[in-house]
Write a new protein. Structure first.
Length: 668
């Protein structure tokens, strides 16, 4: 079906059957690009929304896309949404409030977010701020803006919605930016604007301008707080010492404050208002059911909160209609304009000319069948029909592995691509595309990694942290015990600013026995490490005493003795030989591809070290340590597989019968 056909159907509310995930997004993006304006694609939950964003970016890389998530809390929860989610939601709403201009704008959201009310469009427009290098900015006013709009002051900026003040520098992490930014002032003039890495705090690039949006939907201006008091009295009566009310009046954001959102605004709008009457809406599979479920949830939780409060006192919660759309409002919004409902289907081609892809589950159940040979034959057959074939991988690592494994089975010339257009040109390719199931259109076949290997649970990879125990003062809390390399065990008593040679200097205050103190400059923080466990005052050393120096001397002597013993053992081991074990990469890559998670950095290091030991021709001398559930068994599996494929026997020894049984099932 062409974009013209889809647009014709979208003149009013319509329904498309047999539209698997991927086909519907491709069709929706195609129609939006031909139509222009705002398009809102609604998914059933956050996980599908994240995948939809990536699929849309792949299928239509030139299309501007934004995400508007829902709060990651239940209705009437006593906790607030996490700072990252709240900031991302405000950023999406602020961008949508600006409109689509001439270029089409795709909004990906969830059913829960669709039924949730939001601050009025004008409120977010007025709360947005743009600054450029060379602007005259009153720093006091900027800090007030950040506080009013939900930013939290921190010692070090790491998360969205945080800011820190360092003399003439202000670090902050706007919700619209990929990295935090550092504002360098000369007086009241913004002299420089740089992005920086939140892990290392090192600058990564220069910027000319930056846009700020609120990170909370509750704004603590004087006018808002005055109106809040009036609305509170109207809704609940006298506060009677309500701690949530008192905290809000003092500009303190307590957990769960968001359930009073209507009390802080003259009115609330909906996503239908933000998108405008001309917007194109796409309702993904099961999204409508998810929206109805959230509305029912809100009714149930509202009743539960009132029941828990009892007759003697008020629960001080607002009715569901104040925070969420009513069923009538939802139906009216979806029926008022161009709305497409995509109903999932499998097998025969649906209304959009696409269908669900091939699932290789039957072949996976046959031990004598090589699943990769079957997949390769299928890809070649589809390519022979004139269709482009894309292997969709969850992660960058699995994409490289698919190229290697498929190449070993005759699918040669596989390359990485980053857009649907490039895929159609390449013919046979691999893309990082998070789809749980493949699909097929008139000219494209997507084979999902999960179709071939079964469940794949890709966890986001975390950056490898520095080996230092304490990287900065923010890693310490007042009262922590630390060890100074020269003075021994002391107690960290906070960060103090001392005036040294006429200039302020940040120092760590360390307290020792007898009330003695030393002030350690923050740039010398590498001289201390965290004490092994919390202890009493008796564990603290005395400054200038002999206790710490005596313990250090004994430890050094014992370390030298141990080093001599280890050197003797290592020398004897180095003289011994072992058969190098290497089963070849082809079989190993196939085996590793069946691991249902993405390997962590530490796992990859351990696996590579173990395989290097096996191939070195020397006896292995390695201990792999890690907490429960951190992937030690997978390291053992890789090493055992390599040894077995090289013709050696492998013995797995466990301390208990239960563990032996678990490992037996896993290895089998």
């Amino acid at each position: 079906m062409t974009s013209l056909d889809i647009l014709t159907r979208l003149a009013g509310p319509s329904q498309f059957t047999g539209a698997p995930f991927g086909v519907d997004i491709d069709a929706f993006c195609m129609a939006l690009q031909a139509r222009g304006g705002v398009g809102v694609y609604v998914t059933r939950d956050d996980r599908v929304a994240e995948a939809a964003l990536k699929v849309a970016s792949f299928m239509a890389p030139t299309l501007e896309t934004i995400s508007i998530p829902n709060w990651d809390t239940l209705p009437y929860d006593r906790v607030s949404p996490t700072a990252g989610v709240a900031a991302k939601r405000c950023a999406g709403l602020a961008r949508l409030a600006q409109g689509a201009d001439k270029q089409p704008l795709l909004v990906v959201t969830t059913a829960t977010a669709l039924v949730q009310r939001a601050p009025a469009i004008e409120t977010l427009k007025q709360a947005s701020l743009f600054v450029s290098v060379g602007d005259e900015i009153d720093q006091k006013s900027l800090i007030e803006y950040l506080t009013v709009n939900g930013y939290m002051r921190a010692g070090t900026v790491r998360e969205r919605g945080e800011f820190a003040i360092r003399g003439g520098l202000i670090d902050l992490f706007p919700p619209t930016a990929k990295e935090p930014v550092r504002l360098d002032f000369f007086g009241d003039t913004l002299d420089a604007l740089r992005s920086f890495d939140p892990e290392t705090q090192i600058s990564t690039g220069k910027l000319k301008t930056i846009a700020f949006a609120p990170v909370s939907e509750i704004l603590f201006t004087d006018d808002v707080l005055a109106e809040f008091r009036t609305r509170y009295l109207t809704a609940f009566g006298a506060p009677d010492g309500d701690p949530m009310y008192e905290a809000a009046r003092a500009r303190i954001r307590r957990q769960g404050l968001e359930m009073w959102l209507p009390l802080f605004h003259d009115r609330l709008d909906t996503l239908f208002d933000y998108a405008g009457p001309e917007a194109l809406f796409g309702i993904g599979a099961l999204a409508n059911e998810a929206a109805l479920e959230r509305l029912g949830q809100a009714e149930d939780y509202f009743a539960a909160r009132n029941e828990a409060a009892g007759e003697e006192r008020s629960a001080r919660v607002l009715a569901p209609g104040a925070l969420y759309l009513t069923l009538q409002e939802l139906e009216a919004g979806l029926s008022s304009g161009a709305t497409a409902r995509f109903m999932a289907g499998a097998g025969e081609a649906g209304d959009l000319g696409g269908m669900a892809g091939r699932n290789f589950a039957p072949e996976r159940m046959q031990p004598e069948t090589n699943i990769f040979e079957v997949t390769a034959a299928y890809a070649k057959a589809k390519r022979a029909e004139g269709k482009a074939v894309v292997f969709a991988a969850w992660t960058e690592g699995s994409a490289e592995r698919l190229i290697s494994v498929m190449g070993d089975h005759g699918v040669e010339g596989l390359t990485r691509v980053y857009s649907g257009e490039a895929a159609r040109t390449a013919g046979l390719c691999v893309a990082e595309l998070p789809v749980e199931a493949g699909f097929e259109t008139q000219d494209l076949v997507v084979i999902a990694e999960q179709d071939v290997l079964g469940d794949k649970l890709a966890n986001p990879r975390r950056k490898r942290k520095s080996a230092s125990f304490i990287a900065e003062a923010a890693a310490l809390t007042q009262g922590d015990l630390v060890v100074h390399v020269e003075h021994g065990v002391g107690r960290y008593d906070g960060l103090k600013t001392l005036t040294v040679t006429g200039a302020p200097h940040d120092c760590l205050e360390l307290e020792y026995a007898g009330g003695d103190k030393i002030y350690l400059p923050v740039e010398n923080i590498d001289l201390i490490s965290r004490y092994g466990s919390d202890g009493a005052d008796s564990a603290i050393d005395r400054l200038g005493g002999l206790g710490w120096q005596t313990r250090k001397a004994k430890a050094k002597k014992r370390i030298l003795e141990m080093a001599a013993e280890l050197m003797e053992i290592a020398a004897k081991r180095a003289l011994r030989k072992a058969d190098p074990l290497n089963a070849g990469q082809g079989l190993y890559e196939e085996f590793a591809a069946r691991f249902p998670y993405e390997e962590t950095d530490d796992q990859l290091h351990a696996i590579n070290d173990v395989l290097g030991d096996l191939a070195s021709g020397r006896p292995m001398d390695r201990l792999v340590c890690g907490d429960v559930g951190f992937g030690k068994t997978e390291v053992a599996l890789r090493g055992a597989f390599m040894a077995a494929m090289a013709g050696q026997q492998v013995a797995v020894i466990a301390p208990t019968t239960l563990l032996a049984r678990q490992h037996y099932k896993t290895f089998k």
